[in-house]
Design a protein around this ligand. Structure first.
Ligand code: G3H
Length: 252
């Protein structure tokens, strides 16, 4: 069965409440009732509820930028998977490079979050990708292996089937240096092959792998034409409805 593309807009720590609601409404209006791909927006935590209200009855899903690995308790500042579900999230990001490289999140913490989120019923967008220094030393394949093996450790086949991967080369995030379609395709193919070794070819063939890193309406068509690229995780270009909708159109 062909994989359905997903375009997810990660707003990161941007927008006021009013801007978030306006942006969500504009995306939903542009996407229409039955888009040719899945579409999600991922606002900052405080805007999840107003954005959920703005998206009610539309084809655009809601996601969270992070999640904690416990269900409740004395974890000041954290948000549980159940809380995200209760406010209407379908997706959560886990292991975004800014969590790994700015906040210092470990592979082990990523694995615990993946387990907790999947167990609660969320769809997890697991982010992986190499830094510029790792790419320059040709270490990207080792990095993919370390990140995906660690993040997926202990998952059942059924849990793995609810995962989405996002390949985001760190050197391409927010830099304007988008990966070429050929480079991204090679990385996605490699990641899918590794997953085939772990979970079997059928499960690996069904795994959606998004590309992220300076994606725009101009670069999206070439990237989305690649056989192993199943959509995009969009940062900067998701903050303007027109720019984001161009990327959505390229996935149709
Ligand atoms: O989550 C999104 C990615 O980090 C990509 O961000 P960007 O499109 O601003 O490069």
């Amino acid at each position: 069965m062909p994989r359905r593309k997903l375009i997810a807009g990660n707003w990161k720590m941007n927008t006021t409440r009013a801007e978030a609601v306006t942006l969500a409404k504009a995306v939903a209006a542009g996407v229409g009732a039955s888009p040719a791909c899945d579409v999600a927006v991922i606002p900052p935590f405080p805007w999840l509820v107003p954005v959920a209200d703005a998206l009610a009855g539309t084809a655009v899903a809601l996601g969270a930028q992070d999640v904690y690995s416990e269900t409740k308790g004395a974890f000041t500042g954290e948000v549980s998977p159940g809380m995200l579900l209760e406010v209407g999230c379908k997706y959560t990001l886990v292991g975004h490079s800014e969590r790994r490289h700015v906040i210092g999140e470990t592979d082990a913490a990523t694995n615990q979050k993946v387990h907790a989120a999947l167990e609660a019923g969320l769809h997890v967008i697991l982010c992986i990708g190499e830094t510029l220094a790792e790419r320059e030393r040709n270490l990207q394949e080792r990095v993919f292996q370390r990140q995906v093996y660690a993040a997926c450790a202990g998952l059942t086949d059924e849990q793995f089937a609810r995962l989405i991967f996002a390949y985001e080369p760190v050197w391409a995030i927010g830099t304007g240096k988008v990966a070429t379609p050929e480079l991204a395709q090679e990385a996605h193919k490699n990641i899918r092959a590794r997953m085939g070794m772990l979970y079997g070819d059928n499960i690996a063939a069904a795994l959606p792998i998004l590309y992220g890193g300076s994606l725009t309406g101009e670069s999206a068509p070439g990237l989305f034409a690649q056989p192993d690229i199943d959509g995009g995780l969009v940062g900067g270009a998701s903050l303007k409805a027109d720019a984001f909708l161009k990327i959505v159109a390229a996935a149709g």
